[in-house]
Design a protein around this ligand. Structure first.
Ligand code: NOJ
Length: 556
């Protein structure tokens, strides 16, 4: 397997609006990030991925871009960006940006031209269709509620928007669109950035036909997913992008790819495919709800293990995994897969142990390293996320779901869980801003904050730091072969890693109940050392009892 810096590194995902505000306007900004680079260096991460910082009217927190070569006013200036890049590199870290090219903002100059009647160079930059009997061209529903089509009077046509109506989908069939995108990517690479995280990149190739989709669970609209995801030309486009841009630089790419199985993933990340370095797959993010994001379904450890192990095994010799349990679109990992109350420390460390000892590149989402949790705002009015707010209108106001049931869904799965400001200390607004934060701070910031974590050697922060160091010290953690034990256990996840005679054994108790455990037969009576554990005084021997959320990594 080829070695590379992005396989050996650890990524820190930074959601700028909520990271650190430097000027008191309540919105995180680039200067705020610069202030905190030493903190990230101390943690030990080597790659920073920034969610979008481009010019944007902020309908979807920067995922609606109106200027690809400009910085969002609220975040600062291009000069600030240049300083940020320099400061990141000076600390020997890499900077990865978000690439959002499935769609732009409707305020992007291309769209402003495109929606005009008559013909101009931008007429075909987006996906326009005639309506059918005064209705949209097909029944597709948008991810953010309502139809995926918006009527534009001037053209007497509808444009496609898989996300909000302020996010029109670009027409990748148009070669000029692709060239514009490649030029823009080159612009950023020439500035010196180290890679891109590519937003819903497997959505870019839409079929020539736009048939109705199967009715979704809510009965309102048709599902575009099977008709859009992994479209017929997606690999052709990515290979073209690679040839024209990516191959010229030593960079990493990670494609956000919902609806991708390991088999399909190999097409995106196979070593000789010349497409992407890795993808974000979603199979493990779907285990606690069925189709409907707001409807909870209890998850089973065997299902989580089956999914993660399958990805480990399938990409063993070709391709590379990204390892994540949360991000800006997902609830906090400790609230979802651990216990964010009594065993917050133990379970956050246990989950971190898993993320950092599997094969792939770990991604830490801001605040995860101090064990930040989900939030429960009393009123829907305190929520800011377009997905949540639109769904509330459609589902609750539309009489499809009881308010209580919907809010339970929001508490469990809403995107704002991850978007509340980072807790820097226990002062007002958690030290995030001296002004009024754009979204309320999670009230638990007095107990959960960076200042406190840095003052306590047993904190989650220092546990992450140690895990990151271990990856640097032991190649087996990065490149070792994966092997699972006790697949049928509903309580323990146990797996080994092996490289050139070095072995690791990872034992994770996923429950708050104790459980008896025996070292797998083939590894008994081997000399073992404990590499890391989330409890002190770990018992050695071939059988022992695992305490609540206990995690132990043995080295052999
Ligand atoms: C995926 C991004 O992660 C999410 O935040 C965004 O809303 C959609 N893509 C649309 O860009």
């Amino acid at each position: 397997m080829k070695r590379s810096w992005w396989k050996e590194g650890v990524v820190y995902q930074l959601y700028p609006i909520s990271f650190k505000d430097s000027n008191g306007d309540g919105i995180g900004d680039l200067r705020g990030i610069i202030e905190k680079l030493d903190y990230l260096k101390e943690l030990g991460v080597s790659i920073i991925w920034l969610n979008p910082i481009y010019k944007s009217p902020n309908d979807d927190n920067g995922y609606d871009i109106s200027g690809y070569r400009d910085i969002m006013d609220e975040f600062g200036t291009m000069e600030d960006f240049d300083v940020l890049l320099e400061e990141v590199h000076r600390r020997e870290m890499k900077l990865v940006m978000d690439l959002v090219v499935n769609h732009t903002s409707d305020e992007h100059p291309w769209f402003i031209q495109s929606k005009k009647s008559g013909t101009n160079p931008y007429t075909d930059y987006y996906i326009w269709k005639k309506g059918k009997d005064g209705k949209p061209p097909n029944n597709w529903g948008s991810v953010f509620s309502g139809s995926a089509w918006q009527y534009e009077e001037e053209r007497d046509e509808y444009y496609l928007h898989l996300f909000s109506k302020k996010q029109p989908d670009l027409n990748w069939e148009n070669e000029r669109v692709r060239e514009e995108i490649y030029d823009m990517m080159t612009y950023w690479f020439e500035k010196g950035i180290d890679g891109f995280r590519m937003d819903v990149i497997n959505f870019i190739s839409k079929t020539g036909e736009f048939p109705d989709g199967q009715r979704r669970q809510d009965g309102l609209y048709g599902d575009f997913n099977p008709l859009v995801l992994n479209g017929p030309k997606v690999h052709e486009y990515l290979q073209e992008m690679h040839r024209k841009v990516l191959s010229k630089y030593d960079v990493m790419t990670v494609g956000e790819c919902p609806g991708v199985s390991p088999e399909l993933a190999k097409k995106y990340v196979g070593e000789d495919r010349n497409e992407l370095s890795m993808i974000f797959q979603f199979e493990h993010m779907d285990i606690d709800h069925d189709g409907c994001k707001w409807c909870f379904k209890p998850w089973k450890l065997t299902k989580l293990k089956e999914t993660l192990s399958k990805w480990q095994e399938e990409l063993e010799s070709d391709g590379w995994n990204s390892l994540y349990l949360n991000n800006h679109d997902q609830p906090r990992l400790v609230s979802r897969f651990g216990d964010d109350k009594e065993y917050r420390l133990e379970s956050a460390k246990m989950l971190a142990t898993m993320l950092h000892t599997m094969k792939g590149t770990p991604y830490i989402y801001q605040g995860e390293e101090i064990g930040m949790t989900n939030v429960r705002f009393d009123s829907i009015r305190d929520y800011k996320d377009i997905e949540t707010l639109n769904a509330y209108e459609e589902m609750v106001k539309g009489g499809i779901m009881e308010e209580e049931v919907f809010m339970d869904g929001v508490y469990r799965n809403g995107r704002d869980n991850a978007r509340t400001p980072v807790h820097w200390d226990d002062s007002e607004n958690a030290g995030f801003t001296t002004g009024i934060p754009w979204i309320k701070v999670n009230p638990n910031y007095k107990e959960v904050n960076v200042k406190q974590a840095l003052a306590n050697k047993d904190s989650i922060f220092y546990y992450y730091k140690r895990l990151i160091e271990l990856r640097k010290e032991h190649e087996v953690i990065v490149y070792g072969r994966f092997k699972e034990y006790y697949k049928e256990s509903e309580q323990v996840y146990c797996y080994g890693r092996e490289l050139d005679g070095k072995r690791l054994l990872v034992v994770l108790n996923f429950k708050k109940e104790e459980v008896d455990f025996e070292i797998p037969l083939e590894l008994r009576e081997t000399h073992k050392e404990i590499l890391i554990s989330n409890y002190r005084d770990v018992k050695m021997g071939d059988s022992f009892t695992l305490r609540p959320f206990e995690a132990i990594v043995f080295m052999m």
